[in-house]
Design a binder for this molecule. Structure first.
Ligand SMILES: Cc1ncc(COP(=O)(O)O)c(C=O)c1O
Length: 421
């Protein structure tokens, strides 16, 4: 008789963790008010709700100018285009992040150049950024990941020395601060997604924080079919429609009301989680940096040692999920995403520079180990089930370790299934 649920045993946790997104009558009222107002979209753009959402978002994150957009992917593309980055320009991107980053880079007409990550934070490693610089480098996109922030001091020092634009991808960390400065306000741009998986969600949507008025006007114009935003200009520029709909903005405003309390709730239990995790063998916590003055949690990511569990992270996550703990093994390594490789698309950049997309020849040791063996991403829901919810996480991990033989059996099955031996 097996003990692990995935092999036929009883699960450790029976009741589900709280669902996401959370909602109450405020969301319903906000949506109904937009419907009844008759103003469903913003022309002139932004509409009243999108404008209010952007202003409050900028206040929450700390002062930069905010441009409301249709999505986080659009925010990254618009940032690059507003900065004048395009054909033959190189943009350094992290080896561990969501695919939207290279996709937006390609959409802007630039070449993504992958740099490996820091195993202590899983964010881009400034030393690897330096090694990736060429005379064509124009920008660095950093991704603040899970609950970690990139070392922004080191990134800004490199950017200032080489005259580069910095875009912070902040979808995971609204509310987080570095040296008490809001994430997304340190670089030239901060891009946020409000899709329904993210912790500040409007269902869909994006926000772009811009360091200067000039950049914000350019970004707004690009997202508004090229309508001029600078009063000295009366001509359309090349833009597209990346409007944030009014209904989404109304939901975003309610989400902003909730965010401070949610950040506090997660922060209140994280010490308890970290204490429990650090007592378990074979678990390494990511680095907490004193400069990271306010933490905000999208996922809680930690590293496992496969020896302690008898299996690598895919199997650990599969078995943990069976025990009732919502988690996943995270992103693949950026050079293993195959969706933007030239033979799979006729996109202009990969077609024009196929030699820059021979990712199978590239090797990034840190991200390969992390994405193939080590990373476990706990779902944010574990923070919303109080200390008993955290206890279940720790006890489920213990259960896996106590049943190492069954875990090894699962690992053997995985190896056979994928022809790994
Ligand atoms: C977690 C996450 N979700 C989504 C996105 C993309 O945003 P969207 O889905 O709004 O286009 C990103 C951007 O990199 C992201 O990091």
């Amino acid at each position: 008789m097996s003990n692990l649920k995935v092999l036929g045993g009883k699960p450790l946790r029976l009741q589900p963790y709280p669902a996401w997104p959370v909602h109450d009558e405020r969301d319903t009222r906000a949506v109904a008010a937009v419907i009844e107002s008759g103003q469903w979209s913003g022309l002139p753009y932004p509409g009243p709700k999108a404008k209010a959402f952007a202003e409050q978002f900028a206040r929450m994150q700390g002062g930069a100018l905010a441009v409301p957009l249709a999505s986080g992917t659009a925010a990254l593309e618009v940032a690059l285009r507003a900065a004048g980055i395009g054909w033959e320009d190189e943009v350094i991107i992290p080896a561990y992040a969501f695919q939207a980053i290279p996709v937006a880079t390609l959409a802007a007409g630039a070449i993504p150049v992958i740099a490996d990550i820091d195993p202590g934070t899983y964010c881009i490693d400034p030393e690897q950024v330096k090694l990736s610089l060429t005379s064509r480098t124009r920008a660095i996109i950093v991704a603040h990941l899970g609950a970690q922030l990139t070392d922004m001091d080191a990134i800004m020092e490199i950017a200032d020395s080489y005259g580069l634009v910095v875009i912070e991808e902040c979808s995971h960390v609204p509310g987080a601060k570095w040296h008490n400065q809001g994430a997304g306000t340190i670089g030239h741009f901060g891009a946020f997604s409000m899709d329904s998986g993210n912790i500040l969600t409007a269902g869909e949507g994006g926000m772009l924080l811009c360091r200067t008025r000039d950049l914000a006007e350019k970004a707004l114009s690009i997202a508004d079919d090229g309508r001029p935003k600078d009063v000295t200009q009366d001509n359309f520029s090349l833009g597209t429609n990346y409007h944030l709909p009014e209904i989404q903005a109304a939901l975003g405003l309610v989400a902003l009301e909730r965010l401070p309390e949610q950040i506090k709730q997660r922060a209140d239990v994280v010490a308890y989680l970290e204490e429990g995790l650090s007592k378990l063998p074979g678990i390494r916590l990511l680095r907490t940096d004193i400069r990271h003055s306010v933490r905000s949690f999208y996922r809680y990511i930690f590293a496992i040692d496969r020896q302690a569990f008898g299996a690598e992270h895919n199997v650990v996550c599969f078995a943990l999920a069976g025990e009732g703990i919502p988690c996943d093994p995270g992103y693949p390594a950026m050079h293993h995403y195959d969706l933007f490789q030239p033979w799979l698309s006729h996109l202009p950049v990969p077609s024009a520079f196929p030699e820059r997309f021979q990712f199978e020849k590239l090797h990034f040791p840190e991200v390969e180990r992390i994405s193939e063996e080590e990373a476990v991403w706990l779902d944010e829901a574990v923070f919303r089930a109080g200390k008993p919810g955290i206890d279940d996480v720790i006890n489920a991990l213990k259960k896996l370790q106590d049943n190492r033989g069954e875990m090894q059996q699962l690992e053997e099955m995985r190896m056979k299934l994928f022809g790994l031996r």
